[in-house]
Design a binder for this molecule. Structure first.
Ligand SMILES: Nc1nc2c(ncn2[C@@H]2O[C@H](COP(=O)(O)OP(=O)(O)OP(=O)(O)O)[C@@H](O)[C@H]2O)c(=O)[nH]1
Ligand SMILES: [Mg+2]
Length: 454
């Protein structure tokens, strides 16, 4: 894949009035173009900041007083000669500077083209380039940490070392096929052990991806229960505002409401739902269908019950909806009131059980922490290093199944030539993951997700 030879330009900061706007230029003509527009008393040397006037190259009219920095190839983000111009961020100034470069022969960059050039010039691996976009879009500290790890290439290095194991095995296998007198045959028992540990490692990385999904999308937390147990009140208390209507009339909430809260570096999507009960009411039936869909995508389900009342048939209706899920917790609500002697829970194995009351604010804080504990904090910091995007996950899944095929074939006395084909498949998938074997079409798809100027 050869880089384009033209010089590209784009604004790197968003449109709108601000103190400073940044324009980026990359390509072999960057410095020449700059010299046609920038007047400065000293010469422009790499990796320093120069202050001077930016003039229209055609009329010589001054456009702005700017700072520039010049990054000489290959020591730049793209690996090409690059310039950054820090100007005042007025629409007119930015447009005029862009037009100046366009009139000299530069071209407007496509979304992600700077990063694509960085990848093509070997400055970033593909996994790193893909992570740059996640880094730009990160909203929470955890999202930021996960994408930063990937920009630093930890996943890339890990896959490279797995690829190296396959390469070593392939070298020995092929050597033993071509030069049986000099290279010993592959020890199938040792190889099976190596593959077992690679397989376990891949399974672990794949199992971490749920955390990645939670970090990117937020934790989905669904409140469910029969009418009047205090779901909406709890929803409001967790949210810290009176968002959902609360009354003492059962059936107050008719459709679900969702709001987002931020707690300890994570986004949580809270869902307050309509009270479930045996009913012929069409609206309630439709509400129930929606709740079932919500439950399927929930990270955690909170079954809210009122421990000051007897457990009723309606509570059992609710329990029937959640009993097959592994991720539900039981909230024994209204704990400021005495526990009813007929409140007897069915035999259950919830994630946790928690006494809660609107009147005891501590119990609300504790609930937030419990939700966090059971959804996020069981993961270790180092797990964040292995979070992947969808494309990378597809490659990891493929690799995992190729490794188990190889393991089976090793044990079933497959011919060495066939094993070599299996090993090459594994090596190819590793290369696809890291970006060493990737088609132009996939590449365009990846970089088109970027913003212009990155
Ligand atoms: N004593 C006490 N009352 C509560 C508590 N939480 C809620 N309530 C009361 O319980 C009643 C019902 O509260 P809601 O929050 O509307 O209950 P819900 O489960 O959303 O009810 P539906 O929307 O009808 O399904 C209201 O009168 C609340 O004030 C609590 O912790 N203690
Ligand atoms: Mg309600």
């Amino acid at each position: 894949m050869t880089p384009n030879d033209d010089t590209i330009v784009a604004r790197a900061t968003p449109a709108g009035i601000a103190a400073i706007g940044v324009i980026r230029l990359s390509g072999s003509n960057s410095l020449n173009y700059l010299k046609s527009c920038f007047s400065v008393s000293k010469s422009i040397s790499p990796n320093t900041i120069c202050v001077g006037y930016f003039n229209d190259p055609n009329t010589q009219d001054t456009i702005d007083h700017v700072c520039i920095s010049y990054f000489k190839a290959p020591k730049s983000y793209t690996g090409e000669d690059s310039i950054e111009i820090y100007c005042h961020s007025s629409t007119y100034v930015i447009k005029s500077i862009l037009n100046s470069f366009l009139s000299l022969g530069a071209r407007l960059a496509n979304p992600g083209e700077f990063s694509k050039r960085a990848y093509i010039n070997g400055k970033l691996s593909l996994t790193q380039s893909e992570s740059v976009i996640d880094l730009i879009h990160s909203e929470t500290k955890l999202q930021h940490q996960a994408s930063l790890n990937r920009v630093q290439g930890k996943l890339f290095n890990h896959i490279q070392s797995i690829r190296q194991h396959f390469m070593t095995l392939l070298e020995q296998l092929e050597g033993s096929i071509d030069f049986p007198d000099e290279v010993p045959a592959l020890n199938r028992k040792d190889t099976t052990h190596t593959l077992e540990s690679i397989g376990t490692d891949l399974t672990r990385i794949l199992s971490l991806q749920d955390l990645g999904k939670s970090i990117t999308e937020g934790i989905h937390c669904v409140l469910i229960g029969k009418p009047n147990v205090g779901k909406s009140s709890l929803f409001n208390a967790l949210l810290g505002e009176e968002r959902s209507i609360v009354t003492d009339i059962p059936g107050t909430t008719r459709d679900y409401i969702s709001e987002r809260i931020h707690y300890k570096n994570m986004h949580f999507h809270l869902y307050d739902t309509a009270g479930l009960r045996n009913s012929d009411d069409v609206i309630e039936f439709l509400g129930m269908e929606k709740i079932q869909t919500l439950l399927k995508s929930a990270s955690i389900i909170l079954w809210v019950s009122d421990q000051s009342e007897p457990l009723t048939q309606d509570d059992k209706v609710v329990f029937d909806h959640i009993k097959d899920y592994q991720n539900y917790a039981i909230i024994l609500n209204k704990s400021d009131l005495p526990t009813n002697s007929s409140f007897v829970l069915p035999k259950t194995s919830p994630l946790f059980q928690h006494n809660c009351s609107l009147k005891h604010i501590d119990s609300i804080h504790q609930l937030k922490q419990l939700i966090y504990d059971y959804t996020v904090s069981s993961f270790q910091d180092q797990d964040l290093e292995f979070l992947c995007n969808i494309r990378q996950q597809a490659c990891l899944n493929m690799l995992s199944s190729q490794v188990s095929t190889l393991q089976t074939n090793l044990q079933t006395e497959h011919h060495d030539d066939m094993l070599a084909i299996d090993l090459r498949d594994c090596i190819h998938t590793c290369s696809e993951l890291t970006g060493d074997a990737i088609t132009e079409e996939v590449l365009d798809g990846i970089f088109s997700r970027f913003c212009v100027g990155k």
